[in-house]
Design a protein. Structure first.
Lengths: 541, 100
């Protein structure tokens, strides 16, 4: 049966677009990108693009993820041909990033968002009034397409420090002939499928995998067309009907009856029957249906001169209770049909009370059946298997791992949806940084003389020598640039040194000429301080 | 066709197939037969000799106390069976008539 949930693979692990966005956002929000404007070097323009990232979103396409970064309070700081700040700039930058799955030589599979590719498609939108300012000021310098300059700088910045890894890991078994496993997640075949949002369902990045050699080659990526995760959850673990049957259902039965799976009756094994005490199970047919797994079976039991054929049906349902814990529940679907055959006279000779055949024969047969199949052992096995399978995903983002929170059964597969405590935005504080550099230095003669009687070096005849000397004062011109980060509002600046105002100059740059003693080079720019008006001081530590 | 009279265990063995067919043909026939076998046979066309009843009752004293109340309830439909029941034989092959 073709499964739109798993693409005929054994399993599918989904992460929704909002989860990807949170993952991307956790990486970018509050970050600052500072990138030289390399594209303009040939035009005699030098400077940096400084972007303050205020958030990120992601949208899943058929072959890519579109990541949109929001920026605000950003700008271009030019140093050539003249010192100039263009800002504040706000807007968005959208990267169309391919998503691929790579397998390392050691068998580790990783799903990557390839933001580091050289030809990464970037579209930048700059909001007004920043766009107008950017265009007019750079046009004056001969730059025709300033937005392209920003996009190019952004591409270079992202490529230099790419964010590319998603928490979708899996491995291959070390033994190339062995089956895979759910815990730890080991796949013999793996593939990747991106499903865009549609029909009220979010988009998802899907890791598809086959675990069993007997299922190899059955997966068809194109068949994965339906996202199992709803908008309230962050991702899912989906097992196909065949995957659930072979990976959880049959092993649970084998464990219950203490036999290898091959020695179970149909449809798990090849044996005609499997015994448990007085009960002989002759058939147990598995079917994944809407809201339940349905098992229909036959069994026999009996004693001296009587036998009972039992036809029964069982519903297996699932809940997440308590939160984070998947529970399977197995219950009879209706009353089993028990057909008792007996010899009349022998039954009279037994302890049975005349006429109480239901109590003496049929009820005990049903009780045996319930004890054997419906009682807790099988459901516990399946619950544990599902729980382990989910924990095997090891999808970790922010403060914790993904936890099961809802489970649903469909003919195409069993979907365990998970929730993840997404990282809360942690915006970086506003910071005013002082960048100092020595722009000029000159020596000023302040005196001269002769030092007589030096004994360290003697004259040729062995007497102390005299030396002439000149004293200089060093005059150093230091440029101090106040670089604001995330200040929010345009700032004005007032400069003072140790509390004494030195200028009313309202600029981010202040130059001071500092006479320094030749032997004392410890006058530091830290003696300078700046302050911003109260309107810009909001958010400062 | 008239059903054969049941006077001896040998008669009963001879009529076994006809008895089983009658049981199967009657709704809840198995349960009615188990609740009160001789009443069931009489109500369904068999002539059951009283001496024969005495002989079987001597072999199996439980037959002296049939479950009349259950029989009536099954007949009225005031009874919910748990499953189906088949009486595959009367099981009299090895039973010896004490008088024979």
């Amino acid at each position: 049966m073709t499964s739109p949930l798993t693409g005929d693979f054994d399993l599918c692990v989904e992460l929704t677009d909002s989860t990807i966005a949170a993952f991307v956002n956790a990486h970018f929000e509050g970050e600052e990108i500072s990138q030289p404007l390399d594209q303009l070097v040939g035009d005699g323009i030098a400077g940096r693009l400084v972007l303050e990232l205020s958030g990120a979103t992601a949208e899943i396409g058929n072959t890519h993820v579109s990541i949109t970064l929001q920026f605000a309070d950003s700008g271009l700081d030019l140093t050539l041909p003249r010192s100039m700040h263009i800002g504040p700039l706000g807007g968005t930058a959208m990267f169309v990033a391919p998503v691929t799955m790579s397998t390392d030589p050691d068998g580790l599979r990783e799903v990557r968002i390839n933001l580091g590719t050289p030809n990464l498609q970037v579209s930048v939108h700059v909001d007004q009034p920043g766009l107008g300012q950017l265009q007019s000021q750079l046009a004056a310098e001969g730059v025709v397409d300033p937005v392209a300059v920003v996009a190019d700088a952004l591409r270079s910045a992202i490529a230099a420090e790419p964010f590319n890894l998603l928490p979708l890991f899996s491995r291959s078994p070390a033994d190339s002939h062995a089956d895979g496993s759910l815990q730890p997640l080991m796949l013999i075949e793996g593939d990747l499928k991106l499903v865009p949002a549609a029909g009220g369902r979010p988009g998802a990045v899907c890791l598809l995998g086959t675990l069993l050699r007997s299922h190899a080659g059955q997966g068809a990526v194109a068949h994965k067309a339906l996202v199992g995760t709803d908008a309230q959850h962050q991702g899912s673990f989906i097992l196909s009907a065949d995957g659930f049957h072979d990976l959880l259902h049959c092993p649970a039965l084998g464990h219950r009856f203490s036999v290898p799976i091959s020695q179970l009756c149909k449809d798990c094994g090849r044996a005609d029957s499997v015994r448990s005490g007085d009960l002989t199970i002759t058939r147990l047919v598995f079917a994944m249906q809407e809201q339940r797994i349905h098992l229909s079976g036959t069994a026999t039991t009996g004693g001296t001169s009587w036998s009972a054929d039992i036809t029964f049906a069982i519903n297996e349902t699932f809940t997440v209770q308590p939160p984070g814990s998947v529970q399977a529940r197995v219950a009879l679907d209706g009353q089993p049909s028990v057909s008792v055959s007996l010899d009349w006279w022998v039954s009279l000779l037994s302890a049975f009370t005349l006429g109480a055949v239901d109590l003496e024969f049929i009820e005990p047969a049903i009780e045996k059946l319930v004890d054997t199949i419906v009682a807790g052992a099988i459901s516990n096995e399946i619950s544990n298997g599902l729980q382990q399978a989910f924990s095997g995903l090891n999808v970790t983002l922010g403060p914790g791992s993904m936890q099961p929170s809802a489970v649903a059964v469909h003919p195409a597969g069993l979907v365990v949806q998970g929730t993840l405590a997404l990282p809360a935005p942690q915006p970086l504080p506003a910071v005013l940084e002082l960048l100092s550099s020595v722009v000029a230095e000159s020596d000023i003669r302040v005196g001269s003389g002769t030092q007589a009687g030096l004994t360290c070096v003697k004259t040729a005849d062995g007497k102390p020598k005299s030396y002439p000397y000149t004293d200089y004062s060093v005059r150093r011109t230091v440029s101090v640039v106040a670089q604001g980060h995330r200040l929010g509002l345009p700032a004005t600046y007032r400069w003072d040194i140790q509390g004494a105002s030195v200028t009313a100059h309202q600029s981010t740059t202040f130059a001071i000429i500092m006479p320094l003693a030749t032997t004392s080079d410890d006058a530091r720019v830290s003696e300078l301080s700046t302050s911003t008006p109260s309107s810009a001081r909001m958010g400062l530590p | 066709m008239a059903k054969p009279p049941l006077r001896t265990i040998s008669d009963f063995k001879t009529a076994e197939i006809e008895v089983l067919e009658t049981i199967r043909a009657v709704p809840n026939g198995e349960r009615l037969f188990l609740a009160d076998p001789f009443r069931f046979l009489r109500e369904h066309g068999f002539t059951v000799d009283a001496t024969f009843v005495d002989r079987l009752t001597k072999l199996q004293p439980k037959l002296a106390s049939p479950n009349t109340d259950l029989y009536d309830r099954i007949q009225r439909g005031d009874f919910k069976p748990l499953g189906t029941l088949h009486i595959v034989s009367l099981g009299l092959t090895g039973v010896q008539d004490p008088t024979s």
